[in-house]
Design a protein. Sequence first.
Length: 76
Amino acid sequence: MAEHLLRYGWKLLTVDIQWYEPEASGHGYRANAPLVMDEFGRLEPAPNRFPSAAEGAGFKPLADYVHAKGLQLGIT
């Protein structure tokens, strides 16, 4: 995206739908799906879907990489 679209104003990457569900397989929500949470019940990125989030790192490594490319990161 940075290489091909940033020059045209496209700079926002958005992580959407089910980033916290390790068994997500499509665009729909699954009722009673297992979620990745910390000890305080806060959602965390599923490490199998976001390997840089392993060991509680969260989205920081991904955000650092995206920002270094001159892009922005959004999470919904």
